[in-house]
Design a binder for this molecule. Structure first.
Ligand SMILES: Cc1cc2nc3c(=O)[nH]c(=O)nc-3n(C[C@H](O)[C@H](O)[C@H](O)COP(=O)(O)OP(=O)(O)OC[C@H]3O[C@@H](n4cnc5c(N)ncnc54)[C@H](O)[C@@H]3O)c2cc1C
Length: 434
């Protein structure tokens, strides 16, 4: 690395080489330099391979809406993506029902169906005028007591790692769709066409997992320099420099895609209010198992949601049901997202229970069908939208942007989003800075 501390040749500095950083580099029409902490680019959109089994950092299914991004991805990967019709299920009370739970009660034990249906009807007939104070109240008001008790509250508690009453309702009103009464009733008696709703199909690379797409995007980067194994240590807003490996690099602006608390931690100076806001940011890790199976699972679903507390996971996906090439012929590869976020256990100590539960959920043909399992953790996975969220993010972003430091992407912007949103965010910030 040869960084010049001279301000004259200051470039756009991109911090972090996940999809947001990669997309920024692709779309910038100015010289840039990118620093990535890990040995290879891709961030969360990478795929691990073990003995011919491929695993993303849990299932990374591609949903594309933007015409420009669609064109770019299809141009980079001609005939290399498979369209897949989504098969998502809920595993509850021993039954596999369709997704979403609230609009597909059919198949659950009759007493659960009537409890959920009556609760939903009561919520519709006697609506409360009070604005919900949090996610739990939102669920009770919109879905009623039964659906909240049997899915919304326990599932979201397992997923977010915090109780839904700690999550603001401002967030969930935007992201949690409420079905019409007619749809809930039809779904309760099984009068539903197959797979209705949002995101009913997705794309996935024919080989190599989601990293195949990431690699294709990396191949399009030009006009700059990439430094891997290069974690940024300091960001100096006044001197307009970053320090990486002890070397100082000047910048004209920064696109920062590392997590927002990590950006703040690296600032050489920041007002007190920014420090206080940064201390309020909360995020949940995801602990998961990559599971290789000796035989291909007989169930055909791509993933299941598992709300009941007695099961040690909240979501399980079968990669090979989307693309069989994710494992050697006749075998399966799965991801299992675990609910426990306590001290890191040894795989062997949790595997027997997990295998029994996976078999109960029809994700394994038998409990001893596991060839191997690897325990993994994503430190930053789900941002927690609590009461401090909006004001804290706004305070920090305003300060950073006043110094031409642009926090972007899922963890820079500190949001909940998908891969396409990150590619779009890179395109937008590149257009602003070009
Ligand atoms: C469990 C899970 C499942 C998901 N499933 C889907 C899905 O099915 N479909 C979908 O579309 N999206 C999915 N997503 C979302 C998707 O992963 C993200 O939207 C996207 O990958 C985020 O890209 P990014 O570039 O913003 O962040 P990241 O991928 O986190 O990239 C940030 C980069 O910054 C680097 N970095 C960190 N610290 C430093 C430092 N000090 N110096 C330099 N570099 C640093 C990191 O190593 C990383 O490479 C999922 C996310 C999670 C957590």
């Amino acid at each position: 690395m040869a960084h010049s501390p001279s301000a004259a040749d200051a470039k756009v500095v991109i911090l972090g080489g996940g999809l947001t950083g990669i997309s920024t580099a692709i779309h910038l029409k100015k010289p840039w330099v990118l620093f990535e902490k890990d040995a290879r680019l891709g961030g969360h959109a990478r795929t691990d391979e073990t003995r011919g089994f491929f695993f993303d950092k849990t299932g990374h299914w591609l949903h594309l809406r933007d015409a420009g991004i669609k064109a770019l991805i299809h141009e980079l990967l001609p005939n290399q993506l498979v369209p897949v019709e989504r098969k998502a299920r809920i595993f509850s009370h021993g039954a596999l029902t369709r997704y979403p739970f609230q609009a597909n009660l059919h198949g659950l034990p009759p007493e659960i169906v009537s409890e959920c249906l009556l609760g939903f009807l009561r919520a519709q007939v006697e609506p409360t005028q009070k604005a919900p104070a949090n996610f739990e109240e939102f669920c009770l008001q919109k879905f009623g007591a039964g659906i909240s008790k049997h899915f919304m509250i326990p599932y979201n508690h397992k997923l977010w790692g915090v109780h839904p009453r700690e999550i603001t309702s401002a967030w969930c009103s935007r992201f949690v769709p409420v079905p019409k009464l007619e749809d809930v009733v039809k779904g309760a008696v099984g009068d539903v066409p197959p797979e209705l709703g949002y995101n009913i199909s997705f794309l996935y690379p024919k080989v190599g997992g989601i990293e195949t797409m990431t690699r294709a995007l990396i191949g399009r980067m030009a006009g700059g320099q990439v430094h891997t194994s290069a974690p940024v240590e300091k960001i100096d807003p006044a001197a307009r420099t970053v320090t990486v490996g002890g070397e100082v690099t000047p910048w004209s602006s920064i696109v920062a895609t590392l997590p927002l608390p990590e950006i703040c931690r690296r600032l050489t100076e920041a007002p007190k209010e920014v420090e206080v806001a940064a201390a309020h940011l909360r995020c949940t890790p995801v602990r998961y198992l990559n599971v290789a199976t000796k035989s291909s699972p007989r169930s055909d679903f791509h993933w299941i949601y598992v709300p009941e507390e007695k099961y040690p996971f909240y979501r399980v996906g079968i990669y090979t049901n989307a693309v069989p090439q994710m494992a050697p012929p006749g075998c399966g590869s799965l991801y299992v997202e675990l609910s426990d976020r306590g001290p890191l256990p040894k795989v062997d100590s949790i595997l027997p229970d997990v295998a029994q539960a996976l078999h109960a959920a029809r994700a394994l043909n038998s409990p001893d069908d596991i060839l191997f399992a690897e325990l993994k953790e994503l430190t930053y996975a789900y941002v927690v939208f609590d009461d401090h969220y909006y004001s804290s993010v706004e305070t920090i972003t305003r300060y950073l942007e006043s110094h031409q430091i642009y926090p972007r992407g899922r963890y820079g912007s500190w949001i909940y989003n998908a891969m396409e949103d990150c590619i779009l965010a890179g395109r937008e910030i590149a257009a602003k800075l070009s």
